[in-house]
Design a protein around this ligand. Structure first.
Ligand code: ADP
Length: 304
């Protein structure tokens, strides 16, 4: 059955050290990465759209062209004169990666400032994904606008998926962070947290505690990701179950492990696989992504 997935958030310009002091340019961001992987594995009659905001400058045009080249529909990306995308640089020193960010005035921060635009994009979608990073970059009024639209979508029976993706550096206040992430989860029907983040920032003592905290907010389904220990699925109407990770011989680059898991998982779930089948598939894809460099790994490196 045909459908549309809408992923909402920020995609940034990525600069990575290359040979001889050169920098290699790409584009990435959690919700964009997940959209990329969902598109790789969804059937041809599903479209995947990205909802964000860019500027009208050259790098914005290049980013849109990159998205389109990857098969992502960019009609829901707002273009705002005078703004530009955020940027980050990956530094490699002795095999360790560190990051510098220039994103405080990024265009994506305005993605929810036009409620009509947002409503049209969300109304046209069957499956909607957003994250804690999406919420972290928005002004408080814009968070409210976005969550109001997502609550409407959830009430209309759409699958609304939230990955808390907790990045304390993006928030000026820990209490506001927890409150906003909790509000985000309330607007979702499926939450896909990473267990270590939930322990650090919400003090959960077990995966069961994470699941119960989200269920108590009215979230029907929860998928708790726990790195190499696999995932725990808690779907409405069935017992919680565990799906192991796929062993990785050599961890090359863990960037986008969680994002690829989300995209691959959703691509199977919405086309009729069970949650366990979807998670087993997503674990295989995430393992492949970890075995290669970069956030966006080519499909032929992930499946035969
Ligand atoms: P995030 O990147 O969002 O923190 P996780 O670290 O939990 O998410 O990883 C997401 C998924 O990637 C896991 O559920 C698992 O399938 C896979 N994964 C992550 N780390 C490893 C690893 N070391 N070995 C095998 N699979 C892994």
């Amino acid at each position: 059955m045909a459908g549309t997935m809408l992923s909402i958030g920020e995609c940034m310009v990525e600069l990575m050290q290359a040979e001889g002091g050169l920098l290699r340019k790409s584009y990435a961001g959690d919700t964009f990465n997940a959209a990329y992987y969902a598109h790789l594995f969804l059937p041809i009659d599903w479209s995947v759209a990205y909802c964000s905001a860019v500027g009208t400058d050259t790098v914005s045009d290049e980013m849109l062209a990159f998205m389109a080249e990857k098969g992502i529909d960019t009609a829901a990306v707002r273009k705002i004169k005078g703004r530009t995308p955020g940027l980050y640089m990956i530094h490699l020193k002795d095999g360790e990666r560190s990051f510098s960010y220039w994103r405080s005035a990024s265009a994506a921060r305005l993605l929810a400032d036009d409620p009509e635009h947002l409503r049209r994009a969300i109304e046209g979608a069957d499956l909607i994904l957003f994250s804690g990073i999406t919420l972290a970059i928005l002004a408080p009024e814009a968070v409210e606008t976005l969550l109001a639209e997502l609550r409407r979508a959830k009430a209309a029976g759409k699958r609304v998926v939230f990955d808390p993706n907790i990045r304390p550096r993006l928030w000026d206040d820990a209490e506001r962070m927890r409150q906003t992430l909790t509000d985000g989860a309330r607007a979702a029907s499926l939450v896909m947290p990473s267990f270590d983040d939930e322990v650090t920032h919400f003090g959960d003592g077990s995966i069961k505690a994470t699941i119960e905290r989200y269920k108590a907010l009215g979230v029907a389904d929860v998928v708790v990701k726990d790195g190499e220990k696999g995932v725990t699925l808690a779907f409405e109407g069935s017992e919680a179950s565990h799906v192991p990770a796929t062993p990785v011989e050599r961890v090359v680059d863990t960037t986008s492990a969680g994002d690829s898991f989300n995209g691959a998982f959703l691509s199977r779930l919405v086309t009729g696989d069970t949650p366990s089948e979807s998670a087993a598939f997503a674990a295989r894809i995430a393992a492949g992504v970890i075995g290669h460099h970069g956030a966006l790994v080519d499909k032929n490196k992930l499946v035969d």
